[in-house]
Design a protein around this ligand. Structure first.
Ligand code: SF4
Length: 340
């Protein structure tokens, strides 16, 4: 099997059944394909509003949930058909950072114990001294001094320190990919840029790729090579991050970009455009372009077919019939390759 990609999602769909017979099935992600190259570390961002399905994609990439259809391929192997050894390698090489750094901490365990656990689980150290050196080294990589965090309990650290500890814990395992789901949204605004810079440095200094999930286009712009925009379970646009932000092609991306506060676009974007309840992704209403109820350019044709990916004017792939004249894109939004 071709191993040009470190991680590939092939036409994944995730449907959650309603709890009762009267409840519709929720399609959290629909026919999404994306790839993260193996040969060059990169930062790929999936951006969208609350309820867009981006966290569902992250959970599928991490093997936490199994897609209803489609495949998740890591290093050439379907993650749901891996041998125990392959699974162990995947578990080590693909690490997660979640929104709430508290969630991974047992409040009764010291930071030392939290950091020793992965070393022990994966048998990474020759002895205690080696383990200690590994921990000190990992802390230094995220800008923490051992004497300020070791021996302490989680509640004695700031939110920013806790999130850095999570990153340090990932680094101990020498991952090839980190899936970071809203890693800075619960962190003090003044520390966000710092943590994001650290995450981006992982790409440059340690050749680790990042799959960054966010609702915040401003931070996406700050760290991404490739930017994918998700709306109601579908990728609607994808391409080079600067092009997508500076020349958005899909009317939905244009709406998102226009909500970035100006004249200070470098500030984290606080806007959340909530999807109206009646628009939520129910199975009975998935024909045509899902954005047509909000789109200022909607026309009857938009309701008839799901738009394929067309070539955008700045190299993107965009699922909107306004770009029909440009022709079908060579790659789907998530499979587009960008140069850094
Ligand atoms: Fe708007 Fe139609 Fe394009 Fe959808 S396909 S974004 S409704 S113009």
């Amino acid at each position: 099997m071709n191993n040009d990609n470190l991680l590939r999602l092939d036409n994944v769909t995730m449907a959650f059944s309603g709890k009762s017979r009267n409840q519709d099935t929720i399609i959290a992600a629909e026919d999404v394909s994306l790839s993260i190259p193996a040969h060059k570390p990169s930062v790929t961002t999936i951006a969208g509003e609350s309820g867009s399905g981006k966290t569902t994609l992250a959970r599928m990439a991490l093997g936490i949930i199994k897609p209803t259809s489609g495949r998740v391929i890591y290093n050439g192997q379907d993650i749901w058909q891996m041998s125990p050894d392959q699974r162990k390698a995947y578990r080590r090489e693909v690490q997660a950072i979640f929104q709430d750094p508290f969630a991974v901490f047992n409040p009764f365990y010291t930071i030392d114990r939290l950091l020793r656990t992965p070393i022990r689980m994966f048998n990474l150290a020759r002895n205690r001294t080696h383990a200690r050196d590994m921990i000190v080294n990992a802390l230094e990589k995220v800008g923490l001094r051992a004497d300020e965090v070791l021996g302490r309990y989680p509640h004695q650290l700031s939110g920013g320190q806790r999130q850095r500890i999570v990153v340090a814990r990932s680094l101990l395992l020498q991952p090839r990919l980190i899936v970071a789901d809203e890693p800075v949204s619960m962190i003090d605004a003044s520390l966000r840029a710092n943590i994001l810079t650290k995450l981006k440095e992982l790409r440059d200094d340690f050749s680790i790729s990042l799959l960054y999930i966010t609702h915040d286009l401003a931070t996406a712009h700050q760290i991404s090579d490739k930017l994918l925009i998700m709306y109601r379970g579908r990728l609607v646009e994808g391409g080079d991050a600067t092009s997508v932000i500076q020349q958005p092609q899909h009317p939905y991306t244009q709406l998102l970009v226009s909500s970035i506060p100006r004249p200070a676009p470098e500030k984290p974007w606080q806007g959340r455009i909530t999807i109206p309840v009646e628009e939520l992704a129910v199975k009975s209403d998935r024909n045509g372009c899902l954005f047509r109820h909000r789109c200022p350019h909607a026309m009857p044709e938009c309701a008839q077919h799901t738009p394929p990916y067309y070539r955008g004017n700045a190299g993107q792939s965009v699922a909107c019939i306004l770009h029909k004249e440009n022709g079908i894109a060579v790659n789907q939004a998530g499979q587009i390759t960008v140069s850094q």
